[in-house]
Design a protein around this ligand. Structure first.
Ligand code: ZN
Length: 233
Protein backbone atom coordinates (compact mmCIF):
# COMPACT_ATOMS: atom_id res chain seq x y z
CA UNK A 1 0.00 0.00 0.00
CA UNK A 2 2.77 2.40 1.03
CA UNK A 3 4.59 1.53 -2.17
CA UNK A 4 1.54 2.59 -4.15
CA UNK A 5 0.74 5.75 -2.17
CA UNK A 6 4.22 7.19 -1.75
CA UNK A 7 4.78 8.13 -5.41
CA UNK A 8 1.32 9.69 -5.55
CA UNK A 9 1.95 11.75 -2.40
CA UNK A 10 5.32 12.79 -3.79
CA UNK A 11 3.71 13.84 -7.05
CA UNK A 12 1.07 15.91 -5.23
CA UNK A 13 3.73 17.49 -3.03
CA UNK A 14 5.79 18.30 -6.08
CA UNK A 15 2.73 19.79 -7.80
CA UNK A 16 1.98 22.03 -4.81
CA UNK A 17 5.58 23.17 -4.71
CA UNK A 18 5.54 23.99 -8.43
CA UNK A 19 2.29 25.90 -7.96
CA UNK A 20 3.69 27.99 -5.08
CA UNK A 21 6.78 28.70 -7.11
CA UNK A 22 4.84 29.82 -10.17
CA UNK A 23 2.54 32.07 -8.10
CA UNK A 24 5.61 33.65 -6.54
CA UNK A 25 7.31 34.03 -9.93
CA UNK A 26 4.19 35.60 -11.50
CA UNK A 27 3.87 38.07 -8.62
CA UNK A 28 7.52 39.06 -8.95
CA UNK A 29 7.15 39.52 -12.69
CA UNK A 30 4.09 41.69 -12.21
CA UNK A 31 5.80 43.81 -9.55
CA UNK A 32 8.92 44.31 -11.65
CA UNK A 33 7.14 45.11 -14.90
CA UNK A 34 4.22 47.32 -13.97
CA UNK A 35 3.41 50.92 -13.14
CA UNK A 36 0.23 52.44 -11.78
CA UNK A 37 -2.18 53.67 -14.44
CA UNK A 38 -2.12 57.46 -14.71
CA UNK A 39 -4.66 58.39 -17.37
CA UNK A 40 -7.08 61.17 -16.29
CA UNK A 41 -10.06 59.84 -18.28
CA UNK A 42 -9.62 56.25 -17.12
CA UNK A 43 -8.96 57.39 -13.56
CA UNK A 44 -12.27 59.27 -13.63
CA UNK A 45 -14.05 56.07 -14.73
CA UNK A 46 -12.38 53.95 -12.03
CA UNK A 47 -13.38 56.62 -9.48
CA UNK A 48 -17.00 56.25 -10.64
CA UNK A 49 -16.80 52.47 -10.22
CA UNK A 50 -15.11 52.80 -6.81
CA UNK A 51 -17.95 55.13 -5.78
CA UNK A 52 -20.57 52.56 -6.85
CA UNK A 53 -18.76 49.92 -4.77
CA UNK A 54 -18.17 52.18 -1.74
CA UNK A 55 -14.44 51.69 -2.11
CA UNK A 56 -11.92 54.49 -1.48
CA UNK A 57 -10.27 53.70 -4.83
CA UNK A 58 -9.52 50.99 -7.36
CA UNK A 59 -5.88 50.43 -8.17
CA UNK A 60 -5.12 49.65 -11.80
CA UNK A 61 -1.65 48.95 -13.18
CA UNK A 62 -0.13 48.73 -16.64
CA UNK A 63 1.69 45.44 -17.18
CA UNK A 64 4.49 45.89 -19.71
CA UNK A 65 3.70 43.12 -22.17
CA UNK A 66 2.33 43.26 -25.72
CA UNK A 67 -0.51 40.68 -25.79
CA UNK A 68 -3.93 42.33 -25.30
CA UNK A 69 -5.00 41.08 -21.89
CA UNK A 70 -6.35 41.93 -18.47
CA UNK A 71 -5.40 40.19 -15.25
CA UNK A 72 -6.53 40.16 -11.64
CA UNK A 73 -3.85 39.27 -9.09
CA UNK A 74 -4.86 37.39 -5.91
CA UNK A 75 -3.98 40.48 -3.85
CA UNK A 76 -6.76 42.40 -5.65
CA UNK A 77 -4.64 44.50 -7.99
CA UNK A 78 -5.93 44.85 -11.55
CA UNK A 79 -3.53 44.76 -14.48
CA UNK A 80 -4.11 45.92 -18.04
CA UNK A 81 -1.37 45.03 -20.50
CA UNK A 82 0.59 47.73 -22.34
CA UNK A 83 -0.77 46.23 -25.58
CA UNK A 84 -4.37 46.76 -24.46
CA UNK A 85 -3.65 50.27 -23.20
CA UNK A 86 -1.98 51.07 -26.53
CA UNK A 87 -5.19 50.10 -28.36
CA UNK A 88 -6.97 52.70 -26.24
CA UNK A 89 -4.29 55.32 -26.94
CA UNK A 90 -4.59 54.59 -30.68
CA UNK A 91 -8.34 55.10 -30.49
CA UNK A 92 -9.13 51.48 -31.40
CA UNK A 93 -10.70 50.91 -27.98
CA UNK A 94 -12.60 53.59 -26.03
CA UNK A 95 -12.04 54.55 -22.39
CA UNK A 96 -15.47 53.11 -21.49
CA UNK A 97 -14.57 49.84 -23.20
CA UNK A 98 -11.31 49.60 -21.27
CA UNK A 99 -13.27 50.39 -18.10
CA UNK A 100 -15.45 47.35 -18.87
CA UNK A 101 -12.28 45.20 -18.83
CA UNK A 102 -11.34 46.67 -15.44
CA UNK A 103 -14.90 45.93 -14.21
CA UNK A 104 -14.61 42.33 -15.47
CA UNK A 105 -11.27 41.82 -13.70
CA UNK A 106 -12.71 43.40 -10.54
CA UNK A 107 -15.41 40.73 -10.78
CA UNK A 108 -12.76 38.01 -10.70
CA UNK A 109 -11.30 39.58 -7.55
CA UNK A 110 -14.65 40.15 -5.82
CA UNK A 111 -15.91 36.65 -6.61
CA UNK A 112 -12.67 35.04 -5.41
CA UNK A 113 -11.62 33.73 -8.81
CA UNK A 114 -8.18 35.32 -8.88
CA UNK A 115 -6.56 32.70 -6.70
CA UNK A 116 -7.87 29.98 -9.00
CA UNK A 117 -6.93 32.04 -12.01
CA UNK A 118 -3.31 32.00 -10.91
CA UNK A 119 -3.51 28.26 -11.52
CA UNK A 120 -4.87 29.07 -14.93
CA UNK A 121 -2.26 31.69 -15.60
CA UNK A 122 0.85 29.93 -14.39
CA UNK A 123 0.19 26.70 -12.61
CA UNK A 124 -1.53 24.49 -15.18
CA UNK A 125 1.76 22.73 -15.80
CA UNK A 126 1.91 21.65 -12.18
CA UNK A 127 -1.51 20.03 -12.46
CA UNK A 128 -0.49 18.33 -15.69
CA UNK A 129 2.71 17.08 -14.04
CA UNK A 130 0.84 15.53 -11.12
CA UNK A 131 -1.71 13.88 -13.38
CA UNK A 132 1.05 12.61 -15.63
CA UNK A 133 2.88 11.02 -12.72
CA UNK A 134 -0.28 9.45 -11.30
CA UNK A 135 -2.01 8.39 -14.50
CA UNK A 136 1.28 7.49 -16.16
CA UNK A 137 2.04 5.00 -13.39
CA UNK A 138 -1.03 2.99 -14.14
CA UNK A 139 -1.36 3.54 -17.86
CA UNK A 140 1.98 3.84 -19.60
CA UNK A 141 2.41 5.76 -22.89
CA UNK A 142 -1.10 7.16 -23.29
CA UNK A 143 -1.02 8.35 -19.64
CA UNK A 144 0.58 11.63 -20.75
CA UNK A 145 -2.10 12.12 -23.35
CA UNK A 146 -4.89 11.46 -20.83
CA UNK A 147 -3.25 13.86 -18.35
CA UNK A 148 -3.17 16.57 -21.00
CA UNK A 149 -6.84 16.14 -21.85
CA UNK A 150 -7.87 16.09 -18.18
CA UNK A 151 -5.87 19.27 -17.49
CA UNK A 152 -7.41 21.23 -20.34
CA UNK A 153 -10.89 19.99 -19.42
CA UNK A 154 -10.51 21.15 -15.81
CA UNK A 155 -9.03 24.49 -16.90
CA UNK A 156 -11.70 25.14 -19.54
CA UNK A 157 -14.62 24.34 -17.23
CA UNK A 158 -13.13 26.40 -14.47
CA UNK A 159 -12.56 29.45 -16.61
CA UNK A 160 -15.86 29.29 -18.56
CA UNK A 161 -18.14 29.63 -15.54
CA UNK A 162 -15.77 32.16 -13.96
CA UNK A 163 -15.89 34.28 -17.11
CA UNK A 164 -19.69 34.43 -17.21
CA UNK A 165 -19.82 35.31 -13.51
CA UNK A 166 -17.19 38.03 -13.94
CA UNK A 167 -19.11 39.38 -16.97
CA UNK A 168 -22.34 39.55 -14.95
CA UNK A 169 -20.55 41.34 -12.12
CA UNK A 170 -19.11 43.82 -14.63
CA UNK A 171 -22.52 44.44 -16.23
CA UNK A 172 -24.06 45.26 -12.84
CA UNK A 173 -21.13 47.48 -11.85
CA UNK A 174 -21.06 49.33 -15.18
CA UNK A 175 -24.80 50.03 -14.98
CA UNK A 176 -24.57 51.13 -11.34
CA UNK A 177 -21.67 53.49 -12.01
CA UNK A 178 -23.46 55.13 -14.92
CA UNK A 179 -21.19 53.79 -17.68
CA UNK A 180 -23.73 51.24 -18.90
CA UNK A 181 -23.31 47.77 -20.42
CA UNK A 182 -22.98 49.09 -23.99
CA UNK A 183 -19.15 49.39 -23.99
CA UNK A 184 -18.83 45.89 -22.55
CA UNK A 185 -20.73 44.44 -25.52
CA UNK A 186 -19.10 46.61 -28.18
CA UNK A 187 -15.63 45.60 -26.95
CA UNK A 188 -16.38 41.90 -27.53
CA UNK A 189 -17.49 42.60 -31.08
CA UNK A 190 -14.42 44.76 -31.69
CA UNK A 191 -11.93 42.25 -30.36
CA UNK A 192 -13.49 39.50 -32.40
CA UNK A 193 -13.29 41.58 -35.54
CA UNK A 194 -9.67 42.33 -34.71
CA UNK A 195 -8.88 38.61 -34.62
CA UNK A 196 -10.43 38.16 -38.06
CA UNK A 197 -8.57 41.01 -39.73
CA UNK A 198 -5.09 39.98 -38.57
CA UNK A 199 -4.99 36.25 -38.14
CA UNK A 200 -2.31 35.02 -35.80
CA UNK A 201 -2.62 38.06 -33.54
CA UNK A 202 -5.52 36.79 -31.45
CA UNK A 203 -5.92 38.88 -28.28
CA UNK A 204 -5.14 36.64 -25.32
CA UNK A 205 -8.13 38.11 -23.55
CA UNK A 206 -10.42 36.49 -26.12
CA UNK A 207 -8.58 33.18 -26.28
CA UNK A 208 -9.03 32.49 -22.59
CA UNK A 209 -12.68 33.51 -22.67
CA UNK A 210 -15.94 32.13 -24.14
CA UNK A 211 -17.23 33.22 -27.55
CA UNK A 212 -18.08 36.90 -27.93
CA UNK A 213 -21.61 36.28 -29.28
CA UNK A 214 -22.51 34.04 -26.33
CA UNK A 215 -21.13 36.56 -23.84
CA UNK A 216 -23.11 39.39 -25.43
CA UNK A 217 -26.27 37.26 -25.33
CA UNK A 218 -25.72 36.51 -21.63
CA UNK A 219 -25.31 40.24 -20.86
CA UNK A 220 -28.49 41.08 -22.79
CA UNK A 221 -30.42 38.46 -20.81
CA UNK A 222 -29.27 40.16 -17.59
CA UNK A 223 -30.16 43.61 -18.91
CA UNK A 224 -33.69 42.40 -19.76
CA UNK A 225 -34.07 40.71 -16.36
CA UNK A 226 -32.82 43.72 -14.41
CA UNK A 227 -34.83 46.08 -16.61
CA UNK A 228 -38.01 44.21 -15.73
CA UNK A 229 -37.10 44.16 -12.04
CA UNK A 230 -36.56 47.91 -12.07
CA UNK A 231 -39.81 48.61 -13.93
CA UNK A 232 -41.65 46.26 -11.53
CA UNK A 233 -40.32 48.06 -8.47
ZN1 ZN B 1 -12.01 36.91 -17.29
Amino acid sequence: MIKLLLPILLAIGYGLLMYRLSVWRTKRQLDANSTELADPILNQLTRQMAGALDLPRIRVFIYEIEPVNGLAAPDGRIFITRGFYQKYRNGEVTADELASVIAHELGHVALGHSRRRMIDFSGQNALRMVLMMIVGRFIPFIGIWIANILTSLVAARMSRSDEYEADAYATALLIKSGIGAGPQKSLFTKLERLTKTNAGAVPAWLLSHPKAQERIAAIETLERKWGQALRGA
